[in-house]
Ligand binder design. Structure first.
Ligand code: ARG
Length: 405
């Protein structure tokens, strides 16, 4: 019988390198190591990673550049949804996984593979995202998760396995953190961070200057973002595609030490974990987008959308990107974004991003209604009757219940 094929999401790290060999040994499959470029660490040489996979014994290796698709079809939706899990985490990893799975599945179809594989552990959210997204896109494909299966192996066992099988082990002392990054930001966990009382050491940060250190400029910087239909299209008046704009905002925010988030989060698998995020572009974009919505959305839509945003972020976090509810929420959100055109000015200074101005042709903010000065058109007389009716149920309740509240 011909050997079966497995498409592996390959990062070039020790885990997924060991996975290549392990899959051959335990499943006798031809492994196609697939490196996804989602804008991770710019110092990583993709062709070097591809060659490493072949040296280890992968049947094939390839690099797929997903940066534009990631920006335009995944991050764009998170911007419109103001997507923040537990009101804090801009879903960096949770957004990239469904995109990776889409391409793993496409590759499996193109190459007639029976399996896809990933290097996630059995304790995190990412395993759920890979497995469930694959189930949604092609339930007939089997997902192999070797690191989850070999969970009982210690780090030392894994290194021993690697050296026995000629898999290069990083010579530099491996950093004791687990890092995932892409163009929307960087996530850091493990090591000393497992004690939530300990101040995160400065050496964990890779995108942002210390906001209190000498590298964060002493003068504030202002930028203007232009939005069209809920998405940013220009920075300081210069039109640019979303990918370019995100990269530019990462650099500006990084310089000023902005976008660091320290969070205890509730994982889907039931445990709490301590996570540090560096998300300068995400914080700028969500802050500006929200500011534009504040001025443009009518009150009922704004309040209703807030509830749905919470649900949207939870679905994405929980690996349900490809689900009917998430698709329905996207339709609602898109309907709210048609008139989200305008400009927002942001100020960067010492770790903070502050909105300092917003305007839109669709602004519902009405100076004549809002002003306390000359030109006020608000009908104060109408307020009296409105309050009378608004308070009527309470007035009725209180006159019956003498005990009060
Ligand atoms: N806690 C975040 C999430 O669940 C970050 C996960 C990062 N993944 C990783 N393999 N280090 O989305």
């Amino acid at each position: 019988m011909a050997q079966k094929t497995c498409i592996l999401a390959y990062s070039g790290g020790l885990d997924t390198s060991v996975v290549i060999k392990w899959l051959q040994e335990h499943y006798d499959v031809a492994v196609i190591a697939t490196v996804f470029d989602v804008g991770q660490d710019k110092t990583e040489d993709m062709t070097f990673i591809e060659k490493k996979a072949l040296d280890i014994g992968a049947y094939g290796a390839q690099v797929i550049d997903l940066r534009e698709e990631f920006a335009n079809n995944y991050i764009s939706k998170a911007i419109k949804a103001n997507g923040l899990y537990e009101n804090k985490y801009p879903l960096v990893s949770a957004l990239s996984r469904p995109l990776m799975v889409k391409h793993l599945v496409d590759q499996a179809h193109a190459r007639g593979a029976d399996f896809i594989a990933h290097g996630c552990t059995g304790k995190g959210n990412d395993q759920v995202r890979f497995d469930v997204a694959c189930a949604a896109l092609d339930p007939s494909l089997q997902v192999l998760a070797p690191v989850r299966e070999w969970n009982l192996l210690t780090r030392a066992d894994e290194i021993a396995y690697a050296s026995e099988h000629g898999i290069p082990i990083p010579v530099t002392q491996e950093r004791p953190y687990s890092v995932d990054d892409n163009l929307f930001g960087r996530t850091i966990e493990c090591g000393i961070l497992e004690d939530p009382w300990v101040t995160p050491p400065e050496d964990i940060f890779g995108l942002t200057n210390d906001p209190a250190g000498p590298d964060a400029p002493d003068t504030p910087q202002e930028v203007t973002l232009t939005f069209e239909a809920g998405l940013p299209i220009a920075l300081d008046g210069e039109q640019m595609d979303l990918l370019t704009l995100i990269n530019a905002l990462t650099d500006i925010g990084g310089l000023h030490g902005c976008g660091r988030i320290d969070m205890i989060e509730n994982r889907l698998v039931g445990l709490k974990s301590h996570e540090i995020y560096e998300v300068p572009a995400a914080v700028a974009l969500l802050t500006a987008h929200k500011a534009l919505e504040d001025i443009c959305l009518d009150r009922d839509t704004a309040h209703f959308k807030l509830d749905l945003e919470h649900k949207w972020a939870e679905l994405v976090y929980n690996g349900l990107w490809y689900s009917p509810l998430k698709a329905a929420l996207d339709s609602f959100i898109d309907a709210t974004q048609k008139t989200m055109d305008g400009e927002v000015r942001l100020q960067y200074f010492k770790g903070n991003i502050t909105v300092c101005g917003r305007r839109s042709p669709y602004a519902l903010y009405d100076f004549k209604l809002a002003t306390y000065d000359e030109g006020d058109s608000f009908n104060r007389d109408a307020a009296k009757g409105f309050i009378e009716i608004h308070g009527l149920p309470l007035r009725t309740w209180s006159s019956l219940h003498s005990s009060g509240l």
